[in-house]
Write a protein that binds this ligand. Sequence first.
Ligand SMILES: NC(=O)C1=CN([C@@H]2O[C@H](COP(=O)(O)OP(=O)(O)OC[C@H]3O[C@@H](n4cnc5c(N)ncnc54)[C@H](O)[C@@H]3O)[C@@H](O)[C@H]2O)[C@@H](O)CC1
Ligand SMILES: Nc1ncnc2c1ncn2[C@@H]1O[C@H](COP(=O)(O)OP(=O)(O)O)[C@@H](O)[C@H]1O
Ligand SMILES: [K+]
Length: 481
Amino acid sequence: MRLAHDVETVRSAERALMARLPEGALMQRAAAGLATACADLLGKVYGSRVTLLVGSGDNGGDALYAGARLARRGAGVTALLLSPDRAHAGGLAALRAAGGTVLDAQDRNATERVGRADLVVDGIVGIGGKGGLRPRAAELADAARGTVVAVDLPSGVDADTGEVRGAAVRADATVTFGTYKPGLLIDPAREYAGALRLVDIGLELAPAETGLEALQYADVAALLPRPTGESDKYRRGVVGIVAGSARYPGAAVLAVAGALHGGAGAVRYVGPAADAVLARFPEALVSAGPPAKAGRVQSWVIGPGLGDDPSGLHDVLASDVPVLIDADGLRLADPATVRDRAAPTVLTPHAGEAAALLGVTREQVETERLASVRELAARYDATVLLKGSTTLISPPDETRPARVNPTGSPWLATAGSGDVLSGLTGSLLAAGLAPLDAASVGAHLHGLAARHAADGAPISAQDVAGALRSAWQDVTENLFA
Ligand SMILES: NC(=O)C1=CN([C@@H]2O[C@H](COP(=O)(O)OP(=O)(O)OC[C@H]3O[C@@H](n4cnc5c(N)ncnc54)[C@H](O)[C@@H]3O)[C@@H](O)[C@H]2O)[C@@H](O)CC1
Ligand SMILES: Nc1ncnc2c1ncn2[C@@H]1O[C@H](COP(=O)(O)OP(=O)(O)O)[C@@H](O)[C@H]1O
Ligand SMILES: [K+]
């Protein structure tokens, strides 16, 4: 599991550790890790040109000490001080002693120093940053032509939420200390961070303090359902799909396609697109409805392509099994009814749907993804999966960490791919995964399947469904690699 912690938690872990270590030891660990990462990015340190953008806090101190290490290995290092009076004194002395140059960021040669650098180190602000870059910092950051490496996080982004309210540094890589910060994993900030490298500085963080987590291959592999000798199709779980309409029969086909690859033993389809479903998937069990008469299932998926027909919703929400609500179902479901359910509910909106449910604009949801998914989970007392460039999943209990899925691909932005995800996730629910696990494993496999299918070229939602098997194999094989 990749874990991220918010600023307050990082600060208190740092305080505890600093109390046990000699003064400055922590910053030296950070600077050593940063210098190594810079050297890797440069390839050859000797003779390279490095420019440091240095703010008023310890983030600038990290950059200065790392710069001193690079200068000792033969790099030509220039520090540009954005607040010359407040720059880290020890770091400045170290850089000067190593032969580095120090300039005021207002110096007329400053922009040119940035433009000519092979490597630009962003030490403007770290976890102490508030709001976007000030104009001079933005100007200098914009002048970079070489590789940009951010110290701890790209300056200008919000460490806890991933929000980007003003100008921010666009890094090729971010070297972060002690733990990931949520903002490094959540869009829009994630896009600014580039490749991530974590430097261990010895911080001790209890699992209960985690703010955000991302499943890795091994976590997904451990959660995937596996049939045993005792299994039969019913014990493996049956997923019921209520989807499609005369107008949108394809959504039913795609949701069933996802469900058939999610580990349940059987897929029941209820709705008006039975012919289309059977033509494509003879293995589906179809019935004309209503859901209450369709036979026993271990989970329901309702919503893809449903149109305005709310008739199946009552039966499904009244059931005592987990229910996943997607697409049109989200509009039709009454929040109080969802909240009152005894069995779990999972909602899977994209940003537009989430905005409609919250009564805000789509832009607001996209800017404040974490707050939006948390708010929906609280309002519906449900697990909520917010789709998009980084998919976020919040459990109903806000004291438990949210999850973020790192596997997605922009090729997934194609009509119908969400229907595949809802079927897949419903199938994982039927197979017995807890709602948070089903949603995050579903998003993980779905994103991976898109990558397998796309391989650099456009894909359709059917291609995503078709690649779910190879994504599943990939996850389980890598476990033993
Ligand atoms: N505390 C520790 O033990 C360690 C901290 N480390 C580094 O220290 C950083 C945190 O240092 P600080 O707490 O000094 O905070 P920062 O270096 O993040 O910056 C705080 C300073 O920046 C100013 N500031 C805030 N927003 C700004 C903006 N938008 N534009 C310009 N200036 C702005 C503030 O007035 C304050 O003076 C971490 O991100 C990490 O890089 C590392 O050295 C590891 C150890
Ligand atoms: N830019 C992107 N990067 C990665 N994944 C994306 C991006 N845009 C959309 N997706 C994913 O594509 C899927 C689209 O689902 P959805 O919006 O419900 O489409 P539809 O309703 O057509 O099925 C979701 O899984 C979402 O997370
Ligand atoms: K920074």
